[in-house]
Design a protein around this ligand. Sequence first.
Ligand SMILES: [Zn+2]
Length: 216
Amino acid sequence: MSDELKTHLCEIAMNLNEKGLNHGATGNVSVRSENGFYITPSGLVNKDLHPDVIVELDFDGNKLNQKNNFNPSSEWLFHKDLLKTNSAINAIVHTHSPYATAMSLTQTKLDSFHYMIAVAGGHDIRFAKYAMFGTQELSNNILEAMKDRKACIIANHGVVCTGTDLNEASDIAEEIEHLCQIYILANQVSKPNLLSREDMNEVINRFHNYSRWRKK
Ligand SMILES: [Zn+2]
């Protein structure tokens, strides 16, 4: 089972590169394991990932398999904190995808300009305040922005998406990238119209019963 999970983790991480959501060694992916979580390693381009290089950590940040000489992604701290504090989360996908990262520079929250904003679990997608990557401060900012949400944009950095499994976290990352792309396109014509809170609540309730976008 653990080998199967590590293989799936590698497939998801490599697919993010193939879809243009990550490039080179950027971004990272994790999934809950029996005693902690598996995470992609530091310093390896995503196309070279395979199950033997995946690092397993416990919720104190200790490596569980000492035979593995790889270090976890430098951004492991927010993966640990999200998985430790929210039992509904089983997988995390972090990307520097182009349109979401472009939006991250504006530090404008993604409001209800399209009903699919609800894939992140609410009527908007918040920004986590900028802090140096890999720090406790950044992890705290991400946890704050993720309250009652499945995803957030990290200011001047990228996007973090969670899910009940790897497929859901990856699907949300792909959807948010598309939403950011159409938002940027629409802004070239005029300021986008926003859906009402009532309209968004209706979508959020609908997604609650819709397996693809399960509500936490
Ligand atoms: Zn990053």
